[in-house]
Design a protein around this ligand. Structure first.
Ligand SMILES: NC(=O)C1=CN([C@@H]2O[C@H](COP(=O)(O)OP(=O)(O)OC[C@H]3O[C@@H](n4cnc5c(N)ncnc54)[C@H](OP(=O)(O)O)[C@@H]3O)[C@@H](O)[C@H]2O)C=CC1
Ligand SMILES: CC(=O)[C@H](N)C(=O)O
Length: 258
């Protein structure tokens, strides 16, 4: 599947699923702007890809805090100026904290709202006017199966992913006829990422049987986990569909996840 000549932006590209998506899009021939707060980590990924034979000019690193509106505007403008008009925005940056409501961890709730809700909304705001003006474009947001159903100890996270689903479907319906596509990818548990490393509510983590400080999936069986590449492949499927086809949502879970 070729994405040669396409320009993409991937937020959350410094680790986990975002890194796999960026790598997948680049391997299909796209030029990609890598975004996350940790600029040096993005530069390391770029160096690795260039050492593997990718032309340097196809990869741009833009340190970005998605929760800051001006950063998202700068990301899109810099990608456009350096790589060309943007074809695909992948909103992958996100945080997840297991928290019990009774423990009222407002800092982690705020962070979830800032990154998962405001960050994605900032992405939509920065890209949609451009996509509508050019008569094409594709917004892909990494939501979660938590956008489809509610998991214990994750009320705020599930609410944030439900927001992503509603925002995406509302936008998609409103933009019918403009040439713009909107997709959510809803993964179940994806192993090896940093998503829960910085959790602090030990009571919630213990209740859920997850280990704070460890990558997602520690102690899981093989068939209870996706690889980051499985999610990247779902994104590539959505963005390489024929022009008349809109893949609106993909729920992708490990075979043995309940
Ligand atoms: N792992 C899983 O089981 C699942 C994950 N997801 C979703 O996938 C997405 C990626 O998670 P995953 O790869 O697992 O976790 P990681 O923690 O490995 O990756 C999170 C990414 O988001 C970036 N990020 C966090 N905050 C910000 C911010 N304010 N501005 C810009 N970038 C930010 C991080 O970069 P940096 O720190 O450098 O800013 C990092 O690149 C999330 O939206 C998550 O909800 C969905 C379903 C399952
Ligand atoms: C609800 C979940 O645990 C899901 N795997 C996610 O990380 O979003």
């Amino acid at each position: 599947m070729s994405l040669s000549g396409k320009v993409c932006i991937v937020t959350g590209a410094s680790s986990g699923i975002g890194e796999a998506i960026a790598t997948g899009l680049i391997s299909c021939g796209a030029s990609v702007a890598l975004a996350a707060r940790r600029g040096p980590v993005l530069e390391e990924l770029k160096a690795k890809l260039v050492a593997g034979g990718v032309e340097e000019a196809r990869i741009l690193c833009v340190p970005t805090d998605v929760a800051v509106r001006a950063d998202m505007e700068n990301l899109v403008a810099t990608a456009e100026t350096t790589l060309g008009p943007v074809d695909i925005l992948v909103n992958c940056a996100g945080v997840m904290y297991f928290t019990l409501m009774k423990n009222a961890n407002l800092d982690e709730w705020d962070r979830t709202i800032d990154v998962n809700i405001k960050g994605v909304t900032n992405g939509f705001g920065a890209i949609i006017p451009r996509f509508v003006a050019q008569g094409k474009g594709h917004i892909v947001t990494i939501s979660s199966d938590a956008g489809r159903r509610i998991f214990p100890s994750l009320a705020v996270y599930c609410a944030s992913k439900t927001y992503v689903e509603v925002l995406s479907e509302g936008t998609r319906r409103e933009l019918v006829g403009t040439g713009v596509k909107v997709t959510t990818i809803q993964p179940g548990d994806v192993g090896g990422t940093e998503l829960i490393m910085k959790n602090s509510d030990k009571e919630a983590a213990d209740k859920m049987g997850v280990v704070i400080g460890a990558p997602v999936g520690e102690g899981f069986e093989r068939n209870q986990l996706l690889d980051t590449k499985d999610v990247a492949d779902a994104v590539i499927y959505a963005v390489t569909a024929p022009a008349h086809v809109s893949v609106n949502e993909i729920l992708i879970e490990p075979r043995d996840q309940e």
